[in-house]
Design a protein around this ligand. Sequence first.
Ligand SMILES: [Zn+2]
Length: 291
Amino acid sequence: MKDEYGLGRQERLRLEVRGEPNWTEYDKQGRLELFYDENAQTFRAFQPVTIDNSRLVHPLADETAALDIGANNLVACTTTTGQRYLYEGRDLFERFRETTREIARLQSLLDDGRYSSHRIRSLYRRRTRRRDHAQDALARDLIERLYEDGVATVYVGALTDVLDTHWSVETNAKTHNFRAFRAFIDRLACTAEEYGISVEVRSEAWTSQECPNCGSTDRTTRHRDTLTCLCGFEGHADLTASETFLKRQTTVTRPMARPVRLKWNDHEWSESPRSCSNEERTNPQVASVGR
Ligand SMILES: [Zn+2]
């Protein structure tokens, strides 16, 4: 941009800001970051602002939500108001894997002694940016929904299928994904803070194989998105896991609504009309025969 506008190296670029800033002259403005969003073909600006505590948003009620984070479904969420959200990660993961394959192909074409190239580095950056963009947007979409639902506390269950076989296509995929998971939790906590919602990570919660009907963990089988149990229960595995997790953290539960499924289209998360194929039987009110 400096070249384009004929600015010297030491000269500053001055930009006008349009819109209504959500802060006042008394709030402390942090460093402004500009970056080019290739997907949206536009520049985006980020600026952290520290605002006075009394102006922070407060939760509308004292509801609780529990999240199950994975790779196929990025987030499965159940709230004490009975809302359920499912953020699908398959398309995003496919894109990630395509770029990874392309990087591997380009690496195999490099001359001996060379380990990278401009094109390879650019692909790495694009891959990371795409994932970060989708994750940032997910954190915001989810937190806004939870705020509307009156949620004050979000429990996050650590890693269920993130470290599973699917993601191992890449060297060091496990460490890489663990870092991505940490980054996502950080982003979620930052966004939640704006709404006065607290995020609690419970790493010991291993709920992904537990049957919500009979409580067994060794009589259940997971196949793709479906969890089945010898007692007759069948339900969406990740939503079931988030629901079981929620029940461990809180005592209040209301009847469950139809899950809202969300898909990423490179710009935003939007509701998908397609319902869970096995959702009819995920409702514990229907499946329950007592414990
Ligand atoms: Zn069972």
